[in-house]
Design a protein around this ligand. Structure first.
Ligand code: ZN
Length: 190
C-alpha cells in the first residue's frame, strides 16, 4: 500500500467541499480494496452507497453523518487512525466512525455478537450509520453474493444483520423501511 498525500480540509470549507474531501480520502485509502461480489467491485462503491443512503435519510441537516458514511470502514479495513480522522475531518466525524468500528483482534463470531450488543448502546446517528451499512451489505448479498459463500452462509449473514438492526432503539424510519424490504426479500430468496 502506498502512502497517500494528506487531504487538508480547512475549517472554513463549505459542506460540499468537506463532503468531497471525505469522498476523495475514502477513494484514496480504499483504492486497493475490493468487494467480495463476483465482479470484485471497487470498495468505494459500497462507501458511496452508504453515504447516499444517509444523505437520503438526513438531507442537508447532517453533513458530518454523510461524511462518516464515506469514512466508516477506514479505521477497521485500511488502518486509518482515529487521530488522523479527527485531525482531518473533526471530532464528530471521527467519533461516528469509531462507534461503528469492530475490534478486529476478536474472532468473527465474537465480533458478530458484540455488534448486536453494541447496536443497543451507540448514539442515534451511529445507529443510522450502521443501518445504512447493513442495507448495503444485505443488498449485495441478495443481488450479487460472494461466489464462495454457500446459501447457508448468506442466510446466516442476513439473519444476523436483522438482529443487529432489531437491537437498535432508535432506527431511522426511512432506513428501516429500506432495510426491512431488503431483509424480507433476502430471507425469501435464501
Ligand atoms: Zn461498510
Amino acid at each position: 500500500m502506498s502512502a497517500s498525500a494528506p487531504v487538508l480540509v480547512p475549517a472554513s470549507a463549505s459542506d460540499l467541499v468537506r463532503l468531497h474531501a471525505a469522498a476523495r480520502f475514502a477513494a484514496d485509502r480504499h483504492a486497493d480494496q475490493r468487494r467480495k461480489d463476483p465482479r470484485r467491485l471497487p470498495y468505494i462503491n459500497h462507501l458511496i452507497e452508504v453515504a447516499q443512503l444517509l444523505a437520503e435519510a438526513v438531507g442537508d441537516s447532517d453533513v458530518q453523518l454523510v461524511m462518516a458514511g464515506y469514512l466508516h470502514d477506514s479505521i477497521e479495513d485500511v488502518g486509518v487512525t482515529y487521530e488522523e480522522l479527527q485531525g482531518t475531518f473533526g471530532v464528530d466525524v471521527a467519533d461516528l466512525v469509531l462507534e461503528v468500528t469492530d475490534d478486529k483482534s476478536l474472532s468473527r463470531e465474537v465480533r458478530k455478537q458484540r455488534q448486536i450488543e453494541h447496536a443497543a448502546t451507540i448514539s442515534r446517528r451511529g445507529q443510522w450509520l450502521k443501518q445504512a451499512d447493513k442495507i448495503s451489505n444485505v443488498r449485495s448479498i441478495l443481488e450479487s453474493p460472494p461466489a464462495d459463500w454457500t446459501v447457508e452462509r448468506r442466510l446466516d449473514y442476513v439473519v444476523w444483520a436483522g438482529r443487529v438492526v432489531a437491537a437498535m432503539p432508535e432506527p431511522h424510519p426511512y432506513l428501516q423501511g429500506k432495510f426491512e424490504a431488503l431483509h424480507a426479500r433476502a430471507l425469501a430468496a435464501s
